[in-house]
Design a protein around this ligand. Structure first.
Ligand SMILES: *[C@@H]1O[C@H](CO)[C@@H](O)[C@H](O)[C@H]1NC(C)=O
Ligand SMILES: *[C@@H]1O[C@H](CO)[C@@H](O)[C@H](O)[C@H]1NC(C)=O
Ligand SMILES: *[C@@H]1O[C@H](CO)[C@@H](O)[C@H](O)[C@H]1NC(C)=O
Ligand SMILES: *[C@@H]1O[C@H](CO)[C@@H](O)[C@H](O)[C@H]1NC(C)=O
Ligand SMILES: *[C@@H]1O[C@H](CO)[C@@H](O)[C@H](O)[C@H]1NC(C)=O
Ligand SMILES: *[C@@H]1O[C@H](CO)[C@@H](O)[C@H](O)[C@H]1NC(C)=O
Ligand SMILES: *[C@@H]1O[C@H](CO)[C@@H](O)[C@H](O)[C@H]1NC(C)=O
Length: 402
């Protein structure tokens, strides 16, 4: 029943794929600082006037160091060294002080007690990749501060990490399934593999862990960022080895669509739609090259301290084709009577090029000389510092759950 935070394994996350990518991208040693041409910071994104409901996703960031951060990095029992930017030397802490303000309404103030009461005797499960895991860390940190020691503990079991708040009998869990369906990257620790192989038709191995959850929050995008994937029709355990002649490479976004269909079919058949609330978090933007926001291509998010004020900017990861697949899959599910609420974080996070861990995180391996002279080359511009951007994703999620 130890409530001590367990050390996260060295291969956590997508470091290897990330590193090879940045190694390709950033070979120039000298980096010039990029100064953003800033306008007045107003976001003129169109309002959604058609629906009576407030659109949480159109808005702007407002500096608010009175109410933010919502918790302190050091005080969160469950903080991850991958996201603890202050602990690992970041000095400019303004990234902790931004509130997302929708144009037409306010996001309700996060109230951990209200959430725990709403989730009493229930399971809230995040399923997906390391970005979803970051959102899960944010969520347990948001709740953590109102719960005394001894009334919460953390438990690892394979791909599932559970934080239990015993007083309320609430479980807030994370399940590692970066592609949602089965793949050769499913090991929560050892998933650095050069070739990605995905069983697009198989999800049960994962789904059996969370099908009966009360609230499910999915994401999956980062691991699909390649032009095509090897699809396995047989099983990983098949005696004739992994590849069969019938196996094939399938292009994006077709292969993504196939996987989401498998996921959707599973939900339709297995999830109790009277009980379970379903969410899908859209792609989280990356800021790996200054070129993405009109700066120097050799400059990553390293050294960025300012927000990006460019109307409608969604970040380089914004891929309309992928968004289209998500929309289509969820619309189709709706016609089959299963409602999945989209948490569209893409654009609001796109403005936050300064919100990533950059070099301020635990370095799992010693840095090479080349890396030391060129910090941009190993900066993490994919995940997000906490407290920070994912707290806002959770405030929006909170509004929907309640
Ligand atoms: C990063 O910012 C610091 C302080 O502004 C500056 O001294 C340093 O040269 C910058 N480094 C790079 C690589 O831009
Ligand atoms: C909040 O920000 C303002 C403006 O930057 C600054 O003057 C003030 O000292 C800050 N307050 C706190 C509590 O950090
Ligand atoms: C938070 O929620 C609890 C339970 O619903 C309520 O009693 C409390 O007043 C709320 N706190 C704030 C600050 O609104
Ligand atoms: C505690 O919560 C779990 C779900 O996480 C539920 O299955 C169980 O029935 C709850 N226990 C009690 C005593 O209500
Ligand atoms: C881990 O999960 C499996 C499958 O649900 C279960 O059989 C096993 O008892 C769990 N182990 C621990 C230590 O909780
Ligand atoms: C869900 O609710 C509907 C209408 O109340 C009911 O007919 C149906 O049996 C319920 N389904 C389940 C799985 O509980
Ligand atoms: C999310 O928002 C972006 C920008 O506003 C939009 O282009 C995209 O289509 C939306 N995604 C989904 C899945 O609705």
């Amino acid at each position: 029943m130890a409530n001590k935070h367990q050390q996260l394994p060295a291969t956590w996350g997508i470091r290897s794929c990330f590193r090879s990518l940045v190694a390709l991208l950033f070979t120039v040693l000298v980096i010039t600082a990029v100064y953003m041409a800033q306008n007045n910071g107003e976001d003129k994104t169109a309002y959604n006037m058609d629906s009576g409901e407030c659109n949480f996703f159109n808005g702007k960031w407002v500096f608010d160091n009175k109410t933010y951060p919502l918790y302190k990095e050091k005080q969160c029992t469950f903080m991850s060294d991958q996201l603890a930017c202050e602990k690992f030397g970041r000095n400019d802490l303004n990234y902790q002080n931004w509130r997302w303000q929708p144009h037409q309404c306010d996001i309700p103030r996060f109230n951990a007690t209200a959430l725990l009461e709403r989730l009493r005797n229930k399971r809230l499960v995040f399923v997906g990749d390391s970005l979803n895991r970051g959102q899960w860390v944010s969520m347990v940190c948001l709740v953590d501060k109102s719960i005394p020691h001894g009334l919460k503990f953390m438990h690892h079991n394979g791909s599932l990490i559970t934080v239990k708040f015993t007083e309320y009998n609430v479980s807030i869990e994370f399940y590692w399934a970066p592609l949602l369906v089965e793949s050769n990257s499913d090991d929560p620790v050892n998933h650095r593999l050069p070739d990605r192989i995905v069983r697009v038709q198989s999800i049960e191995k994962h789904a059996k862990y969370w099908t009966d959850a009360d609230v499910l929050v999915f994401n999956s995008y980062l691991w699909w960022r390649r032009s095509k994937m090897m699809v396995l029709w047989g099983s990983f355990e098949s005696p004739d080895g992994i590849y069969k002649e019938s196996d094939e490479e399938v292009k994006m976004p077709r292969v993504y669509e196939m996987a989401l269909r498998t996921w959707a079919d599973w939900l339709e058949v297995h999830v109790n739609r009277n009980k379970t609330q379903l969410f899908f978090v859209t792609m989280s933007p990356t800021h790996q090259s200054g070129e993405e926001w009109g700066g120097d291509k050799d400059q990553s998010c390293y050294n960025e301290t300012e927000l990006l004020y460019k109307d409608g900017y969604s970040g380089a990861a914004m891929d309309p084709k992928i968004m289209g697949v998500v929309d289509k899959t969820l619309d189709d599910l709706k016609t089959r009577g299963v409602n999945v609420q989209i948490i569209n974080i893409t654009q609001l996070s796109g403005y936050r090029k300064e919100g990533h861990p950059s070099i301020y995180k635990k370095q799992w391996e010693p840095l090479t000389e080349e890396e030391l002279t060129n910090p941009s080359s190993y900066a993490d511009c994919i995940h997000w510092c906490l407290p920070g951007v994912p707290d806002v994703w959770n405030e929006i999620l909170y509004a929907y759950i309640l």
